[in-house]
Every structure is written in structure tokens, then in C-alpha cells.
Design a protein around this ligand. Structure first.
Ligand code: IPM
Ligand code: MN
Length: 382
């Protein structure tokens, strides 16, 4: 069997704390399932590396990471305390650039963010149907609002004009939407027809745009969606404007299955979807290139570096653990043991959640990052 290599990038803020738990869980799983897998931790990209070297990662950083089979990132970004102006502070444009560079340069164009409520997780909605939430948001990850083109004319003057150009290409739109239809089909095969689906079709895709105000890319998305939908007659199709989608995510989130959205719309909707499933401490994500299996996928919790709670044993490591489970699942075609380990980790996190109730460290200080880790290690080894 091929020996697989995973790169661990703890990053900044709470990143190193949640990654330490994931790393320990990984060593337990490697032992227990005899996984053909090793891992390497990197001190970059990080604020600390920048302080020493003047940049977030080595020049050949992306090249180094490309040789791995998968990458797991903790979190990036550390604006520093606002009340200590002489502390070395990095603007987001620098500290977050490695994440955007990795997505772009590795061509990880599909961002998958599953949102499924699990028993024991905080439930912020009172309608009991909210416990049936089970959606997959697929976010465009390579262009759109994140194209980083534009500039500031007459910057700093009262006559300043800032432009932020959004670029949407037919090829990126087509591959994204096709991927959404494919994933909807796969999901339908793995479950009975959800009881909240109105139509008899077992799968659906909801397209998100803001085509009433942004018709150029809105129409490109809509036309591509309608054309591809003809190839998937088994998949029910919907469209929501992004603002209306926000309302419906709160009013009736159980009606959604696969949701496909642009880069920025997907970013915003996935924070909302994370809260529907108990909060940022439980939301994992994958950045993938579904067309090219030789490119390492990048897995990360949906949450950020949360510098306000860093170093306080308050971060919830479970979003990172669930991201590790997604990593192992993604690698499972190499060896069945990886699929078993992924399932075991996923089931263990959920079993503990069901048993303990809401143990997110921010709610129950006595159950911090380390304690959550300890509880899970004991279960993982069983
Ligand atoms: C995310 C994050 C990033 C994004 C930030 C840190 C640039 O919010 O992964 O959702 O907007 O993509
Ligand atoms: Mn985000």
C-alpha cells in the first residue's frame, strides 16, 4: 500500500490548541486502525513565522505542501489586542493570504461545508423540525467576489473611489454547478427521501444568486444551472436570492439539501449554516479539486482563529476533529482502514455530543479544549 502523508498547519490564535487535539486523535487512530499514514507539522503559515522571517510562509511553501496527500489547517489571522498599539500587528490581508493562496494555487475550487444537526448540539431554533437539518453547502472557491482585482483611486481623500472587481467565468461556473448536482445524487443514494422534501424527488440543489441586483453573473449562473439540470432529471432544482435564502435558512432550514453558492455568498451562508448545527465549534469544511485526485485537498474548521479566546482552553476542538474525519474519508479510496477510522472518529464525536449535551467550552468552562480532548481520546481508544 502507498504510504500517505498529511501536512498539519496549526496556524494562529486557537489554531494550535485545536490542532493539538486533532494530532493526538490522529496518533490514536493510526495505532488502532494501522493506518498507512504519517503526518508532518509545519510552523508556518503563522504570525510567529512572519515575525521571524518577514513573510507568512517560505517562498516554496505551496510547492512543499503540494507533495502531501492532504492538508489540515487550524486557523489563520491574529490582529493582536487593539489596546496594545506597539504590539506587532499583522493586517488580515497578510495573515490570511496563505489560505487564499493555497485555495487558488492548488486550484481547490470546490468548498464543501456539510451542516447536519446532531443530537446534543445546541439548537437555537424552537421548531422541532430544525433537528432534521442536513444540508451540504458547496461554495465556489476560486474566483467571484474573491478575485482580488480593483484598487483605491485617490486613496484617503474625500474623492476616493474604491473598486472591487468580481470575476465569474463560464468554466468555473459549470464545474461548480455540475459538482453540486453530482453530490446531490450521491447523497440521495446514501439515505431515504427526507420527509421534508415536498416533491417525490430524492435529491435537490438550490442555486443562490443575487440576480435581481447583479444580473451579469446571476444570469450566467442561472443559465448554466438550467442547462445542466436537464442532465439530472432525478434532482429537484430551486433558486433563492441570497437575502431570501438567509431568511429561509432560519425559517425552514430542513427544506434544503445541496446549496450551491458563489464564493462570498457561500462564505456568509456557511457561518449561518454552522449556527443551525450548534455553532462554529462543530462545523468542518473541505477545499477540494474534485477533478484531480493528485492535488492535496485542504481541510479546516469553518471558524477562524478567535484571538479573543486563544490560550484560554476555551476553543472547541470538535470542528477540527470533524475536519480530520473528512480528511480520512477523502483518502479512504487508498485503503479501507482509512474509511473505518473516519467513521469511528465521526461516530465518537457524535456519541460524546449526544451523551454530554452541549459541552462547547464556551458554555461550560469546566469542559475546556483539553478536557473535551481527554474525553474523546478515551472513547477513540475503546
Ligand atoms: C472562511 C473564512 C475565510 C474566507 C477568510 C478567513 C478569508 O471566513 O474560510 O470561511 O472568507 O474564505
Ligand atoms: Mn468564513
Amino acid at each position: 500500500t502507498k504510504r500517505l502523508n498529511i501536512a498539519l498547519l496549526p496556524g494562529d490564535g486557537i489554531g494550535p490548541e485545536v490542532m493539538a487535539v486533532a494530532e493526538h486523535a490522529l496518533t490514536l487512530l493510526i495505532d488502532r486502525f494501522q493506518l498507512p499514514l504519517t503526518y508532518t507539522s509545519f510552523p508556518w503559515p503563522s504570525h510567529a513565522w512572519h515575525q521571524q522571517h518577514g513573510h507568512m510562509m517560505p517562498e516554496d511553501g505551496v510547492k512543499q505542501l503540494r507533495s502531501f496527500d492532504a492538508i489540515i489547517l487550524g486557523a489563520l489571522g491574529d490582529p493582536g489586542p487593539l489596546d496594545a498599539p506597539d504590539r506587532f500587528v499583522l493586517p488580515d490581508s497578510i495573515s490570511l493570504s496563505p489560505l487564499l493562496a493555497l485555495r487558488k494555487q492548488l486550484d481547490l475550487w470546490a468548498c464543501e461545508r456539510p451542516a447536519r444537526w446532531q443530537p446534543g448540539a445546541p439548537q437555537y431554533l424552537s421548531d422541532p423540525r430544525a433537528n432534521d437539518v442536513d444540508m451540504l453547502v458547496i461554495r465556489e472557491n476560486s474566483e467571484g467576489e474573491y478575485s482580488n482585482q480593483g484598487g483605491r483611486l485617490r486613496a484617503g481623500t474625500p474623492h476616493e473611489v474604491a473598486t472591487q472587481v468580481e470575476v465569474f467565468t463560464a468554466s468555473a461556473t459549470e464545474r461548480l454547478i455540475r459538482h453540486a448536482f453530482e453530490r446531490a445524487r450521491q447523497r440521495a443514494k446514501q439515505r431515504p427521501i427526507p420527509r421534508h422534501f415536498k416533491d417525490e424527488k430524492s435529491a435537490q440543489v438550490c442555486l443562490i444568486t443575487k440576480r435581481n441586483a447583479q444580473p451579469f453573473w446571476g444570469d450566467l449562473y442561472t443559465e448554466t444551472f438550467l442547462r445542466l439540470a436537464r442532465e439530472y432529471p432525478d434532482v429537484d432544482t430551486h433558486h433563492e436570492l441570497v437575502d431570501a435564502a438567509c431568511m429561509k435558512f432560519v425559517q425552514c432550514p430542513w427544506r434544503f439539501d445541496v446549496v450551491v453558492a458563489s464564493n462570498l455568498h457561500g462564505d456568509i451562508l456557511t457561518d449561518l449554516a454552522a449556527v443551525l448545527c450548534g455553532g462554529p465549534g462543530l462545523a468542518p469544511s473541505a477545499n477540494l479539486n474534485p477533478e484531480d485526485g493528485s492535488i492535496p485537498a485542504l481541510f479546516e474548521p469553518v471558524h477562524g482563529s478567535a484571538p479573543d479566546i486563544a490560550g484560554k482552553n476555551l476553543a472547541d476542538p470538535r470542528a477540527t476533529l470533524l475536519s480530520l474525519a473528512m480528511t480520512l474519508e477523502w483518502l479512504a479510496h487508498h485503503h479501507p482502514a482509512l474509511g473505518n477510522a473516519a467513521q469511528h472518529l465521526h461516530d465518537t464525536v457524535n456519541a460524546d455530543l449526544a451523551k454530554e449535551g452541549d459541552t462547547s467550552p464556551q458554555h461550560r468552562q469546566e469542559k475546556g479544549t483539553l478536557e473535551t480532548g481527554q474525553r474523546l481520546y478515551a472513547l477513540l481508544a475503546q
